[in-house]
Design a protein around this ligand. Structure first.
Ligand code: UFG
Length: 344
């Protein structure tokens, strides 16, 4: 029997590229669709360097219904879909809400329509712990209430989950929504990693760019939170652990093991680290001293969140394996690799 073919949308992005590698290493054939709006074509070569296999690739925008429908007609042999492609910057979504709704909702709708025509019944969707807002109870379980969204970005994740819920009720579609906590780190090979365009919004790329000299100083957003050291607490997870969970989720669907039409899993480690913990972890892993200062809170930030991972552990048989030191070391090795590749 030939390899099963998985469509990975957003497959040249940060989490997408790591997932493509894991899929290939587990015997799947991958076809990537990405419009390269926030990623680079060279990622394909680097995926091939790691896995020895160049993934098939098509560049187009999934929010274009005609192009998406034509693509699906040309690829009737796809067994399952992992849908990463989306805009993801919280701040930008506040300035351009309609762009976020159009892009993130339309691409999912077009994809689901194409899947229906081709009778593809399995989709894994990239969701986020942002759907919980500031949870009342920690660690947060999948049963925690969805809170009013704080940004259009977060709202699109909630709406996409709802679109999936009602779509699975209407036909034979099965969906798994994976709610990521804070994905960081990079592949051990340092060939793929996070590639923020412009100034990074997220903590770890800002830390590594500061340490390499691209940024002068890290701003720590607030030290007056009600947390042990006053800085905000998150559940950081290694991107390779996250990627592996996608392979397990796809396999679960293809093997008919889903217990509900829409299943939802938290993907985190279950451990909360503060911003100052993260700075210490970076300094320890890298041996570098980090320049940072405390500034006021960033609007829209929640105080603390970490995952209850028991459901994912027991039901998926998956557990995050890499610790904070491995996360930081791989992020730092990736930053150094990027620096050494720069034209001097
Ligand atoms: N932080 C800083 N300085 C920075 C960047 C971040 O102190 O320069 C702090 C933030 O205030 C926060 C923590 O580091 O306390 C993590 O910030 P990130 O921006 O890396 O991550 P967030 O938790 O804010 O964002 C993540 C995901 C989003 C998601 C959001 C929901 O990246 O996709 O959680 O809360 F929407």
């Amino acid at each position: 029997m030939g390899k099963k073919k998985i469509l990975v949308t957003g497959g040249t992005g940060f989490i997408g590229s790591h997932t493509v590698v894991e899929l290939q290493q587990n015997g799947y054939e991958v076809i990537i669709v990405d419009n390269l709006s926030n990623s680079s074509i060279e990622v394909l070569d680097n995926i091939a360097k790691i896995s020895g296999i160049m993934p098939a690739f098509e560049k187009f925008d999934l929010s274009d219904q005609i192009l998406t429908s034509a693509f699906m007609k040309r690829h009737s042999d796809i067994s399952g879909v992992i849908h990463f492609a989306a805009f993801k910057a919280v701040g930008e979504s506040m300035e351009k809400p309609l762009d976020y709704y159009r892009n993130n909702l339309m691409s999912l709708i077009n994809l689901l329509e194409g899947m229906k025509v081709n009778k593809i019944t399995s989709i894994v969707f990239s969701s986020s712990c942002t759907v919980y807002g500031q949870p009342d109870v920690l660690p947060v379980t999948e049963k925690a209430p969805i809170k009013e969204a704080w940004s259009p970005y977060g709202n699109t994740k909630q709406m996409c989950e709802e679109i999936l819920r009602f779509s699975t009720m209407a036909n034979t579609l099965k969906a798994i929504a994976l709610r990521y906590f804070n994905p960081i780190g990079a592949h051990d090979s340092a060939l793929i990693g996070e590639l923020p365009i412009g100034t990074p919004n997220n903590l770890v790329p800002f830390i590594t760019q500061t340490a390499i000299g691209k940024r002068e100083c890290l701003s720590v957003f607030g030290n007056d939170y009600n947390t042990p050291d006053g800085t905000a607490v998150r559940d950081y997870i290694h991107v390779v652990d996250l990627a592996k969970a996608h392979v397990i989720a796809v396999e679960r669907m293809l093997n008919g093991k889903c217990k509900l039409d829409l299943e939802i899993f938290n993907l985190g480690t279950g451990i909360g680290y503060s911003v100052l913990d993260m700075i210490n972890a970076f300094e320890e892993a890298s041996g570098e001293k980090l320049n940072y200062r405390i500034v006021p809170r960033r609007p829209g930030d929640i105080e603390m969140v970490w995952a209850d991972t028991r459901f994912a552990n027991s039901e998926l048989g998956w557990k995050a394996e890499k610790n904070i030191n491995e996360m930081m070391l791989s992020a730092w090795n990736w930053e150094k690799a990027l620096f050494s590749r720069q034209p001097k």
